[in-house]
Ligand binder design. Structure first.
Ligand code: DAH
Length: 343
């Protein structure tokens, strides 16, 4: 019987040695050491042995049992170690791989330009003021000296929303609100969206303007010129100059159109893509506030005077960034906007 146990033991050790995985080891354990395993079966025969033989056979069986168990657990430890090494290898993080690109958003060029303009005028003490886009005919036209039958209305193709209510065509409407809500001195800068029924490469039914207004005792045309000169240099660079050409706007007298000298070529490049060779960029309308606006608002028109100006924000942004088609601005295309992220 001892021989039989030994053969069994040797067979078991050989099986453990050539096992290919943890599950195989478990099968071996059950088939040899399990309740119905070969060794257990073998030991059931102990009872028939003589008292002399029984302890010897028992000792041999125990010895083999320990050997097999030791071999099983050693082999299992080896498999566990291999499995762990493989997992570690598989789960290693390769720190040299390039990271996934993180896309940063950018402020729209119109937002950037609006902020810049407001910042420049706030250095001169102008306060930010806004007004509603849905406006009354009175605020947008009547109160700024454009009565119902005035030909100037033709220049601003208006979207009417109902009787006496419209989408404002100009931020000049905010002048009206300011003059009716505060007393002088009034010094405000008013950006916002405006609407006109017009659509092509340089016109959009919705665009942006910024209006400036300064009313106080003794405000002169030279104050207007100095203020606009300061603005032009801040936004287009130290070297630019401005010129005023007489023009007509119902809410100012005298009125002017204001040009800035080309910041790119200063008039020296006949094929300049910024000024188209003219040397000048037409950027805004301005003038001395018409006394009628002051009277309508209840100001003492003989004591106070003021200047006002208005310009297209989108146009300034297009000039600054050399954008040729206004429609790009409103395309909703994030690749377009992302070009204007600051470094
Ligand atoms: N509201 C004018 C427009 O939309 C721009 C303008 C011109 C505003 C002269 C002014 C101004 O305040 O004085 O074309």
């Amino acid at each position: 019987m001892i021989d039989q146990i030994q053969r069994l033991g040797e067979k078991a050790l050989a099986a453990v040695e050539s096992a290919t995985g943890v599950s195989v080891l478990e099968e071996i354990r059950i088939s040899i050491l399990g309740k119905k395993g070969e060794l257990s079966e073998c030991l059931r025969g102990l009872a028939q042995l003589s008292a002399l033989e029984r302890p010897k056979v028992g000792a041999a069986a125990n010895e083999w049992k320990t050997k097999i168990e030791t071999a099983l657990s050693a082999k299992k430890a080896l498999f566990d170690e291999q499995a762990l090494a493989e997992t570690l290898k598989r789960e290693t993080i390769d720190l040299t791989l390039p990271a996934r690109r993180h896309r940063l958003g950018a402020l729209h060029p119109i937002t950037q330009t609006t902020r810049r303009i407001v910042e420049i005028f706030s250095k001169l003490g102008f306060d930010l003021m806004t007004g509603p886009e849905v406006e009354t005919d009175y605020m947008c036209f009547e109160a700024v000296n454009i009565p119902a039958d005035h030909p100037a209305r033709d220049m601003q193709d208006t979207f009417f929303l109902g009787t006496g209510v419209l989408l404002r065509t100009q931020t000049t409407s905010i002048q009206t609100r300011a003059l009716r809500s505060q007393s002088y001195p009034v010094r405000i800068i008013c950006p916002g969206a405006v609407y006109r029924n017009d659509h092509d490469a340089t016109h959009s039914p919705m665009f942006h303007q910024v209006e400036g207004l300064f009313v106080d005792r003794g405000v002169k045309m030279s104050d207007l010129k100095g203020t606009l000169e300061f603005f032009a240099r801040e936004i287009f660079g130290e070297k630019v100059g401005i010129r005023l050409r007489p023009s007509y706007f119902p809410f100012v007298e005298p009125g002017a159109e204001v040009d800035v000298s080309c910041f790119r070529c200063a008039g020296k490049d006949a094929s300049c893509r910024v000024c188209k060779g003219t040397g000048w960029l037409e950027i805004l309308g301005a003038g001395m506030v018409h006394p009628r606006l002051l009277e309508l608002a209840g100001y003492p028109a003989d004591e106070v005077s003021g200047f006002a100006f208005g310009m297209g924000i989108d146009r300034i942004a297009m000039i600054l960034h050399e954008i040729s088609d206004l429609r790009l601005m409103f395309s909703g295309e994030s690749r377009f906007v992302s070009q204007f992220s600051s470094p």
